[in-house]
Ligand binder design. Sequence first.
Ligand code: DX5
Ligand code: ZN
Length: 218
Amino acid sequence: MAADFKIAPSILSSDFARLGDEVKAIDAAGCDYVHIDVMDGHFVPNLTFGPPIISCIRPCTDKVFDVHLMINPAQPYLQDYADAGADIITVHAEADAHLDRSLQFIRSIGKKAGISLNPGTPETVVEYVIDKVDLILVMSVNPGFGGQSFIGSQLEKIRRLRQMIGERPIDLEVDGGINTKTIGDVVAAGANVVVAGSAVFNDGDYEKSISALRAAAG
Ligand code: DX5
Ligand code: ZN
């Protein structure tokens, strides 16, 4: 397992009635990042958190806020998510028309820039922006919901992206359907950050589920 291996629980699967306490709980349970799934009901068929909610939970932890923007357009809102407390802001390659401009803007305001690829999007989409990203997020489910099954075809994409990244300091993150059965193949393929929503929150004992994922990562 990579020395910089990280687990990023997705709060999409948490209890929204106790969101602040849930963030504190995964922090105490040993998460590395807090994965925040922002959905607009347009780019994906679900609606979740806006900047005000992120601002409210920001004081609950010092852990990295890994904000996954499943919204289109994303460009007009990047500053708002940065102001709300995002540390990493990830946009979808399939969203705005001007991907390069969005990535440059995110870095220009002092945040880490991420690009996310839906299952049907080839890894070649990162070719001309790979030196403008700090994180590449491979979707291993079709975005919009937690609790879906892992799409195995993405393992080859992860392998190819790990090759493309080479020595660059870029996190390769995989998101969707990650559990103790799928995490080993994903890490072996080259991912160093994994997102897990239902695999962390469904059990109730977050420390146990995060430790089980770390152990299964190999
Ligand atoms: C899906 C989100 C994922 C999801 C992961 O659109 O981007 O982060 O919450 O949930 P699980 O781990 O349950 O597949
Ligand atoms: Zn996500």
